[in-house]
Design a protein around this ligand. Structure first.
Ligand code: GAL
Length: 314
């Protein structure tokens, strides 16, 4: 049986966003409130910009999509107020990237009483909550188990293996699943994985750097692979790896998730081992397609899932 000597798991935390929308009402204006859990998040910034770009492209001579974005700043109470304001302003539809997905019943009940459909993105509300107003509330996202599996497979497919550090976030299903399934992909292939450390970094580059630096200082050469639950934290880990005198691809491996442009460039130049495309464009396009069905008065499914894609050096 192949084995990996040690595994270091660092669990980094998650973050959230809020965006909102509101606007004026002319017959030709569709008002959409977009609540983003936190603007200060690399991936959700890409996603937010995609939503704005793709909605703009839908404008015609007769219909204008008027978006109002709000930054929840990682504070659910503030985001709930922002969404309540959308409702008061009479938006036609809400797109919600909740700070705390367990707050969804409050949001759904308020939206339902005002007959405003809700498309949840990125952070998945519990299925039971979507059932509060089935047909008019939905989740558009990705299956984080797939991204974790792809991370593990990227490492398993390499000729040499070592210790693994996982960077994730226990409070977020993406982090939980990426952590669990990246390891599972290795153990499914017969590798023995030894976790050295788990620590949350809230999807944040600075925290990723700090966690990886501390782990490298504590465990030294025992750390042979770092799994980061996202690219933001992986970029921080890369800074720590470089500062410690280690070299990715030579004596340590590093994988993330999201496929930020900057990280794809690093992967293609061999400075990062791999990442997994978290398809912001595909998810935004699907969210808009489903939003349009709701705006047209149709009922929609409870879940729409967009695939991840493995990214390794071309
Ligand atoms: C994940 C993404 C992270 C972060 C998080 C926010 O899907 O990989 O980078 O944006 O969502 O909820």
């Amino acid at each position: 049986m192949k084995k990996i000597s040690k595994v270091l798991i660092v669990l980094m935390a998650l973050v959230m966003f809020t965006a909102c929308g509101s606007s004026k009402g002319s017959n030709s204006t569709v008002k959409i409130g977009v609540a983003i859990y936190k603007y200060d998040d690399n991936f959700m910034t890409v996603y937010r910009n995609k939503l704005a770009e793709l909605f703009k492209a839908k404008n015609t001579d007769t219909v204008t999509y008027e978006l109002t974005f709000q930054d929840g700043k990682g504070d659910q109470a503030e985001q709930t107020n922002q969404i309540q304001a959308f409702i008061t302003q009479g938006v036609d539809l809400i797109i919600a990237n909740l700070v705390d997905p367990t707050a969804s019943p409050v949001i759904i009940n308020a939206a339902k009483s005002a007959d405003i459909p809700v498309v949840f993105i990125n952070r998945e509300p519990p299925e039971a909550d979507l059932n509060i107003w089935a047909g008019k509330t939905t989740y558009v996202g990705a299956d984080a188990r797939q991204s974790g599996t792809f991370q593990g497979e990227i490492i398993a497919d390499l000729p040499n293996h070592g210790d693994v550090m996982i960077v994730g976030d226990p409070a977020n299903v993406d982090a939980q699943y990426r952590t669990e399934y990246s390891i599972k992909a290795l153990t499914d292939k017969g590798y023995k994985v030894n976790k050295l450390l788990e620590q949350r970094g809230d999807w944040d580059q600075t925290k990723g750097q700090e966690i990886a630096a501390a782990a490298l200082a504590q465990f030294g050469n025992k750390v042979e692979v770092i799994f980061s639950n996202n690219d933001g934290m992986a970029l921080g880990a890369l800074q720590a790896i470089n500062s410690s005198g280690r070299t990715v691809g030579k004596d340590i491996y590093l994988v993330g998730v999201d496929a930020l442009d900057e990280v794809v460039t690093l992967v293609n130049s061999g400075k990062m081992t791999g990442t997994v495309l978290n398809d912001a464009a595909g998810q935004a396009a699907k969210a808009i397609e489903v939003a349009q069905q709701l705006l047209d008065g149709k009922d929609v499914e409870s879940h729409y899932i967009v695939d991840y894609v493995k990214v390794v050096k071309q």
